[in-house]
Design a protein around this ligand. Structure first.
Ligand code: UT7
Length: 334
């Protein structure tokens, strides 16, 4: 008896970002920096910040998911599973996914959070796709969402210029044709934990007066080391997935890269042999929104995507985690 694996496709995309902008000029009032430094070193011009103290990752995720449900004409009760990729959960527990499920009224869904930092959306997409491919779920939502401003030290110029807040969500469904999520390569190297982390607040170093005064609840990043790994690993894995699937540069319609630094994105595209018009870049307006960058790009570019487009997603982030997913886009936007 042969078991036919089902195909899983992204069938709709939506995003949500807060209205409040934090520009490079605004940052020059907080730290010793300049628009010129930030623009040339990162490509970022502004980022969105969720100012409301009583709103966080679940709120942004729910906003994106409500848009997704509306445009795909899906009822919340039809959703089987919601996976939330985030490193800024509302609380350590319950999961942000549980809060989202309640907020959007997905009363028949189960859900969980997935922690893989900037690669979180890719890891969650592969996980969600597996539930569809196995036949155990019919409608899965994967949301990448981070309120990075909640863990950024706005007196540290090395990190505060980089990050922003936002959420992006996709709907996954089974399809008959051989379109959708075709292949993936996902990687972890735990030795990276020294270079990009939030030291306190977990079970190893619970919150105390000392951890707060030493600012250990903020992001710590050794930018230079992370940059070096990101440039080589993200470019390697994107080239590897092309090779594995016998894709030439001319076969690739779009690169959807994690938006951490324009120089990392350029290095990846060069390695793949892609020209600039095939790269989705919105880092200038949102900065690095961690798990949200890739779905926010898909949301911004959705109207340009055509059925059959070969799309390569690629990311690198804390852990270290990195990876690439090859998608054959499954629909033409209306
Ligand atoms: O998304 C998760 C993964 N994260 C990443 O992929 C981020 C990877 N890293 C990077 O993108 C870059 O390393 C940064 C954007 C974080 C930093 O850029 P860089 O070109 O690596 O700068 P650097 O850390 O080597 O610093 C160069 C100089 C230093 O001054 P000195 O020591 O040469 O006097 C820094 O103090 O730039 C200084 N600097 C700044 N100057 C003005 C650092 N941040 C700033 C700033 N404004 N905001």
């Amino acid at each position: 008896m042969s078991i036919n694996k089902l195909n899983c496709a992204i069938t709709s995309v939506a995003g949500w970002v807060p209205e409040n902008k934090l520009t490079n000029k605004d940052l020059t009032k907080l730290v010793d920096t300049s628009d010129e430094w930030i623009t040339t070193r990162t490509g970022i011009k502004e980022r969105r910040i969720l100012r409301d103290r009583d709103k966080a990752t679940a709120y942004m995720s729910s906003k994106a998911i409500r848009r997704l449900l509306l445009k795909s004409k899906t009822k919340p009760e039809e959703i089987d599973l919601i996976i939330c990729a985030t490193v800024t959960p509302d609380m350590l527990f319950p999961s942000t996914a549980s809060i989202i499920i309640e907020e959007v009224g997905a009363q028949n869904a189960f859900g969980f959070d997935l922690s893989a930092a900037c690669s979180g959306f890719l890891f969650a997409l592969k996980t969600g796709a597996s539930y569809i491919e196995s036949g155990s779920c019919k409608k899965v939502i994967v949301v990448g969402s981070d309120k990075m401003s909640s863990i950024v030290d706005y007196s540290d110029r090395k990190t505060c210029v980089i990050f922003g807040d936002g959420a992006g969500a996709v709907l996954l469904e089974p399809i008959k044709e051989k379109f959708g999520i075709i292949d993936s390569i996902l990687k972890v190297d735990g030795s990276g934990k020294e270079y990009l982390k939030q030291i306190a607040g977990g079970s190893l170093k619970p919150a105390s007066k000392e951890t707060v005064s030493s600012k250990e609840h903020y992001i710590y990043q050794d930018g230079k080391t992370v940059f070096k790994f990101a440039v080589s690993k993200m470019a390697d894995v994107a080239a590897q997935i092309m090779e594995k699937n016998k894709l030439k540069a001319s076969d690739v319609s779009w690169l959807v890269p994690h938006q951490a630094n324009l120089r990392i994105i350029d290095a990846t595209a060069r390695r793949m042999g892609l020209s600039s018009e095939k790269i989705m870049i919105n880092i200038q307006k949102y900065g690095n929104t961690t798990a949200a960058t890739i779905p926010l790009c898909l949301w911004d570019w959705e109207k340009k995507l055509k059925k059959g487009d070969n799309i390569i997603l690629a990311a690198f982030g804390g852990g270290f985690t990195w990876g690439s997913i090859y998608i054959k886009w499954a629909y033409n936007s209306k």
